[in-house]
Write a protein that binds this ligand. Sequence first.
Ligand code: SF4
Length: 264
Amino acid sequence: MAEPAKAVRHVLGLSGGKDSAALAIYLKDKGTVPDIEYFFCDTGAELPEVYAFIDRLEDYLGKEVARLNSGRDFDHYLKRFGGFLPSPRQRWCTRVMKIEPFERFIGDDEAISYIGIRADEDREGYISTKRNIKPVFPFISDDIVRDDVFRILEESVGIPDYYRWRNRSGCYFCFFQQRREWLGLKREHPQLFEDAKRYENAKGGYTWVNGMTLDELAARAVEAASGTSESLPSASAYMSWQDLLRYASSDDDPEEQACLICSL
Ligand code: SF4
């Protein structure tokens, strides 16, 4: 006798970011997807605030969030990729530490993947190349925009704590960070900043920030604060930390390019 057809799975990936969290809460409140499965792809190098936020979400949603991982840590893959740090062009970390665990989690099941891209955005999320995974975008179809997302979070689990100093979730060493966010990491999590430094190999040209090491970035910030740097006004000695970070940042916000399975 033929086996009964498996039910279509409904899955929602929580990155630790605001949009996927708000989508989970939004769909729970709507109650239209009762059997939804939540998952979180853990690289083992996420920000402490991300782990805390996922725990908080799990409590609020009242349902387990499956923690997925690749079974190996970043150091293992770094070695496998010849010591080449991942970068926007060589984003091996996303594939092996986020996307592959997700695809293993789904297997060959038919699945609908709920993705938190908002109606006020013009970007694509991770759309699996696997034909059995169909992406849907409830925020787009329901015209939910950024302000709505913040309202949903403020009325439920709150905004992730890292938003005080960083715009996105993901690994503490994520190369998508702006310079001001690296400096925020140094201030908020000095040990993680040191840990990120140990992956750099300046001689080999492997640095997290384009054209400089993290030590050089930090030194420039100190120079800027003391007014000895030409890139900052001499009044910088009196700057607040927030202003210092703002002036120290000269790169464009790469949020639009970030892999959304990491940061949405
Ligand atoms: S958060 Fe950044 S470093 Fe981590 S897997 Fe995603 S792109 Fe790579």
